[in-house]
Structure formats: C-alpha cells, structure tokens
Design a protein around this ligand. Sequence first.
Ligand SMILES: C[S@@+](CC[C@H](N)C(=O)[O-])C[C@H]1O[C@@H](n2cnc3c(N)ncnc32)[C@H](O)[C@@H]1O
Length: 262
Amino acid sequence: MTDTPIRFDDGAAYERMMGIWSAKAGEIFLDWLALQKNLSWADIGCGNGAFTEQIVRHNAPSRVEGIDPSEGQIAYAKTRAATGMAHFRIGDAMALPYDKDSFDAAVMALVIFFVPEPARGVAEMARVVRPGGTVAAYAWDMNGGGFPLEVILKELRATGLSPIWPPSADASRREEMMRLWTDAGFENVETRRIDVTRTYLDVDDFWNAAPGSASLKAALAKMDPAQIAELKARVRVHLHEEADGRVTVSAFANAVKGRVRT
Ligand SMILES: C[S@@+](CC[C@H](N)C(=O)[O-])C[C@H]1O[C@@H](n2cnc3c(N)ncnc32)[C@H](O)[C@@H]1O
C-alpha cells in the first residue's frame, strides 16, 4: 500500500463508478437510521451529492448542509436536481465550520476511512449535533474485502502492485466503529453490516467505470497499457458473465449510529 493521497476531483466519473453503489447502500443506511422528516442534517464528506440527494428524497429534511474538501465533487453536487434545498461548501470533517448543537443529525457516508483522524471527525460531528440527535456513518469494509472493486484491488496486489489505500481504512471495521462511537460518548450505539449487489451490462461496463474510484485511478495511472490489459484479463476470470454478458458484483459495508447524550 502507498501513502499517496486519494483525491476526488471528478464528480461525473465518481457518479459512474460509485453513484449507483452509494445510492444502493445509502438507502439501506437511511432506512436503518429511521429518522423522522423535517430534521436538519449535516452531510460530512458529501462528495458529489449522491447521498445528499438521498437524504432529501428519503427524509424531506428542513435543512441540509453538505461539506467536502473537493471542489470538483462540490461543483457536481450543486448540479443535482434534488439537492436544490441543500447548501454545499468546501471544508474538512476535522474542523467543521458550524456552531455547537446546529443539527439534528450528522452523517458520514463512505467517508470515515478518508479522514486522517477519524476520532477527531467523530468528535466534530458530536459537537455540531444537539443532545438527543443522531451521529452515524457507513463505509465499505475495506479490510474485510467489501469494497465494490475489491476484485480489481486483489489482482493488483497479486501482481505485486500497490493499490492506494484510504489512510484510515481500519475505521471501516465494525468493531472499530463501535469503539469510536463508544469512546466519543454516544448513547444507544449500534452497528450493522450492509450488503449490496450491482449488475453491469458487461465486463467492459464494470471495467470502464473503475477509474471513477479515486484509489484505482491513481493506481492505473502508474501502469503501462500492457500491464492494464493484463490486469483486466485477470479480473475477468473472477467475474461471472451471464449468457447476455451481464456481470453482478457484490459489496458490503459497515454502519454505526449513536445518540448524542442528553
Ligand atoms: C467515497 S466519497 C463519498 C461521497 C458521498 N458521501 C457518497 O456517499 O457518495 C468520499 C468523499 O470524502 C471526501 N473526503 C476526503 N477527506 C475528507 C475530509 N477530511 N473531510 C471531509 N470529507 C473528506 C472526499 O473528497 C470524497 O468526496
């Protein structure tokens, strides 16, 4: 693994690769949170607004603030039809530009493993959510092999190449989520696993979307065309192609939620 930073600079490419995955897992996550309508939400690491849009559709919030360090992602988020009522800005999970007790809920969807100091990010969410409010997160189980493009990462490793790894991948483990939330002092802490599948038109459809993953884009950029072709051939072996060419890929994430002490 290398310590090259993973950069999200292309909201449209992210949408092709992760938007659909994010929507599928995000829906299960929001159902599990079971929060009522008309609440104020902070969407930390909102990216290109894929999950923000789901909050709007699923929970009819009174207010949503999305924050992300990536200008490219924020620019895309602002173009989404359903996010018209949301407000987006550039910022960092570890230093939220909001006052204490500003929100009813704060969430990190597919973000906690990118935050250099997860405990600081969790403490910031606890600070900006009112007593009795909800702080929650979900993330692909990176160490457990839950990332949607795990089959590519695995083959990269097998060929001796190092995928770029999120700096805080450990925070995507269910036990670590429980520890972070318990240490932060939340009440009623619960965790769960989220399983999702996605069907691609064919192997090319799966493969061509992959560079939308910032970590894979960085890894592929360091390879020559022959290496990339070999990697694709190795990946193809693991994908079960239906008679019409379609391939279905599985992924799983872990989620955590807790209530700010009253
Ligand atoms: C995988 S995307 C998730 C986007 C969106 N929440 C979703 O569910 O589709 C991860 C996002 O985390 C953002 N991110 C990385 N480091 C961050 C930090 N320190 N604070 C806030 N967001 C961060 C990235 O810019 C990126 O947009």
